[in-house]
Design a protein around this ligand. Sequence first.
Ligand SMILES: Nc1ncnc2c1ncn2[C@@H]1O[C@H](COP(=O)(O)OP(=O)(O)OP(=O)(O)O)[C@@H](O)[C@H]1O
Length: 322
Amino acid sequence: MRVVEASDLHRSYRTRTGMWKRERKEVEAVRGVSFGIDQGELFGLLGPNGAGKTTTIKMLITLLLPTGGSARVLGHDVVTEPREVRRHIGYVFGGDRGLYERLNALDNLRYFAELYGVAPREQKQRIGYLLELVGLTGREKERVEGFSRGMRQRLHIARGLLHDPEVLFLDEPTIGIDPVGARELRATIGTLKEQGKTILLTTHYMFEADELCDRIAVIRAGELVAEGTPAVLKRRVSNGHVLEVETYGVPDSALAAVRSLAGVRTAAVEDRGQAQLLIVQVEPGAEVTSAVLGSLREVNVGRVSSREPTLEDAYVELVGGA
Ligand SMILES: Nc1ncnc2c1ncn2[C@@H]1O[C@H](COP(=O)(O)OP(=O)(O)OP(=O)(O)O)[C@@H](O)[C@H]1O
């Protein structure tokens, strides 16, 4: 049995637009999404803004009813058995709402432990353990209003784990957190996985997904466009290599010339301070370096390098144009 199973999930929203002449509009946020997550797996759901990730998660955690299709968590239907589903899941949304600012961390956790029905005699030990897990031991007597974003986010995770759920939904948990804090949070997520939790994670950081996820699904405009391990996605989309050329002012004609070369799959330009980076996805087995440099004869060229494709390259190719 799969721990999380989404079958042809649909969700549309009715919205009203216009101040005077009110028009009803229907937005199809999720259009037939299916996937499964196995016990102990860390599954990543990736996609651009507005792709339907949060809407999908909200249906799985029983906060939103599907308008079509179905989903089960640990065998329980999210529509007909929401209480059973909630008993076994925890969720953490990025951002810093949902904590009591005037209370300290410990009292926040005590309050939510009570709310989630954690037995009184277990509360003390459980809260102590979670404070340790998220690295807030020693800060628990401080009011949340003085906490940094990273500390709040760690407290959110502790809150989501109070009732020791088997399945965790983490929606952009590292958003807005500094690199050191984000790294610590990733380590915490890794620990949870080692403990056997089944986790669904969304993130906009591709290296994070690559580092943490066993399997990834990419969603675009409400539909899944790819699914597989990070390695498979990288190979499936970009089984060649990537050539990077540092340049200073690439005219469109030169870019077009590079794109039309045999062996070049795609080429794009990214700004890097004063310079620009020309990123060329190369077909497997093709050798295009001298031809690319030939197309750039009129252009000031800096460092030239070749590298393996990253998950971000694969992602950009998958959702390109979204
Ligand atoms: N309550 C709502 N009412 C109307 N439309 C909504 C509502 N919530 C989401 N949408 C729309 O549904 C679509 C999917 O939104 P959703 O929040 O699921 O995307 P997302 O992939 O989580 O995006 P992000 O990466 O920005 O968080 C978007 O077009 C959004 O505008």
